[in-house]
Structure formats: C-alpha cells, structure tokens
Design a protein around this ligand. Structure first.
Ligand SMILES: O=P(O)(O)OC[C@H]1O[C@@H](O)[C@H](O)[C@@H](O)[C@@H]1O
Length: 300
C-alpha cells in the first residue's frame, strides 16, 4: 500500500498531509494537532469543524488538540498540578501547548506504516509560568489504525505533576443514535452537576449537554454508530481516565469556530490522565499516554 507524506499550508498553518492507500490524515504542526482522519470514502473518523480556522496562536476546533501540562481549568486540578504553575497571566484552559509551534523531528514509512514524531521545544524550560524541563513528544503512527503516543520525560531535577488529554473529536452520524460502550460500572464526576460523583449504569447515550470525567476505566472503549454501521474502538495505554463531552444546543452557540448544529455530528472521548489519574514524574522518569483508534464495520 503506497504511503505519501507531504507538507502543505492551510491558511496560516503548516500541515502534514499523509496518504496511506485510500486513507488520509492531516496534522497541523502547531500544537502537533491532528486535524482529521478518514479511511477511504467512509465518513470521517476524526471530526473537523466546518467552521475551523487555521490561524497561528489559535486552537483549531476539532481534530485532536493536545491538552498539557494540565487539562481544563487549572483550579479544578489536583493541588500537585496547580502548584507547578507560577504564571502572572490567568492559567489558560487546557494548558500551554496546544497553540505553540511544535517541530517535526522525524517522518518515515516502515513498509506501509507512516510514522511522524513531533516535539515541543518550549516544554524544555521555556513555557511561560511553568519552569520545568520536560521532553514532550507526540508520535503518530498510521497503519490500519491510528496510534497516538504522547510521551513526557522529566529532564529537570525536581519532580513534576501533570494532567493531560488527547482531546479527540469523533465524527458521528447523529449524536442521538450513538452510544459509548465500556463505561458501565465506572465512577465519574459530572462537572455539570457541580462536580458530583456518580456511577455509570450501562452504556452512555447522549441526550443532553454532557461533560464528565470518567475514572477507573478499562483500556477499551467503543463508540457505536448504528447508522454508519461501524464502531470506533479506542484502546488506551497509560490512562485510566477520560473526558466525555458534547456541548449540545446552548453551549454550541458559545463555542468558537463551531456551527450551531455541529453538536449533532461530533462526540469527544478524550483519553486522559486527570484527577486521581494525574502523572507524577520523578527526575529522569517518563510516561506515555497512548490511544489506538480504529473503525470496525458492524452489521446492523
Ligand atoms: O473550547 P475549548 O477550550 O476547546 O474546550 C472545549 C471543551 O473541552 C472539554 O474537554 C471540556 O470538558 C469542556 O468543558 C470544554 O468546553
């Protein structure tokens, strides 16, 4: 199967365009952000907003933004994560690296597998208000599945605590029709019910705004889409937590680069290390947060 890797420009952003047979993957160098992923002429697997803007210094809506070295609002993170930030500016939502220039360190194909590795030079002691040295890399491996591995190695001489997520937006036929399997029995925090602790019973169906932090997860989740006759399977590494998010009707109107009705076409399952699953790295220690994403046809 032929593999072709090319650098293109999308408005202000440098983007890597990878073709593997009929499959297509787009990755912006800024934030090492996957923008979209599709296999052949099937509907996309990773969703990109129709209103996405490709501007320097702005996170692109959709794809897989990297949230690091904290996830969401810093003040909601464990004290160990909060204590690492000493910035004068209010702490940005979802951390410090999603709008930074990352660098492509390596691109190669091994047989019919494409491998690209990005790193974030500023994480080595130059992030504003975050005076730690971490070698931060994202390896992207495109085979029959898409594998993402976000590695952090503490190159400093003090321990460092981080929360993080691969904030993946998945394309769905209709949010009302899909469900997430694999969560049953797991505890979760419902951020929309004043961060109440709850427990999942059965599969998750979306019927309202959803913004939950699931914990103690197994390493496989499935997003089942009967209309598109497929399930998207996520197999994770180095993670026991995930954020499940859909903004629904009202919040959609407040989001940047997001059509008012786009909530019907996407669902986020964000492979994470958050709350009691945050990562503490001693000097020299490394952690990899990984997810493999694959679409499996189902016969309904
Ligand atoms: O608009 P942003 O910064 O990309 O965040 C999008 C969403 O990201 C999710 O991870 C959060 O749980 C939501 O609360 C948030 O709205």
């Amino acid at each position: 199967m032929p593999v072709d890797i090319q650098r293109i420009e999308m408005d202000q952003l440098a983007v890597w365009h990878i073709r593997r047979g009929e499959d297509e993957l787009l990755i912006a160098e800024q934030g090492a952000q996957i923008l979209s992923y599709r296999q052949g002429d099937a509907p996309p697997i990773i969703w990109l907003s129709e209103e996405a803007a490709f501007q320097q210094g702005q996170s692109v809506r959709g794809g897989v933004p990297v949230c690091w070295p904290w996830f969401g609002e810093l003040a909601r993170n464990p004290q160990s994560v909060q204590a690492r930030y000493h910035g004068e500016q209010p702490a940005p939502f979802h951390g410090l690296v999603r709008t930074l220039p990352w660098q492509l360190r390596e691109q190669r194909s091994e047989g019919d597998v494409a491998i690209l590795e990005f790193h974030c030079p500023q994480a080595l002691g130059e992030l504003p208000g975050w005076p730690h040295r971490v070698e931060l890399t994202l390896q992207i491996r495109l085979a029959d599945d898409l594998q993402l591995s976000l590695s952090s190695r503490n190159d400093g001489d003090e321990s460092v605590a981080i929360s993080q997520a691969l904030h993946s937006y998945f394309a769905v036929s209709d949010i009302h029709q899909v469900r997430v399997e694999g969560l049953s029995g797991c505890p979760y925090i419902d951020t929309l019910l004043d961060w109440k602790e709850c427990q999942q019973q059965g599969d998750l169906h979306f019927s309202n705004e959803t913004d939950r932090v699931y914990q103690q997860l197994p390493n496989t989740l499935n997003l089942i889409d009967p209309t598109w006759q497929r399930r998207i399977q996520l197999t994770t590494r180095g993670s026991r937590s995930a954020v499940l998010w859909n903004p629904w009707i009202d919040k959609s109107k407040r989001l940047s680069s997001f059509a008012n009705d786009a909530w019907q076409r996407m669902a986020c399952i964000e492979t994470a290390n958050v709350l009691n699953d945050v990562v503490e790295l001693q000097p020299g220690q490394q952690h990899t947060l990984g997810v493999s994403i694959t679409a499996v046809p189902t016969g309904f």
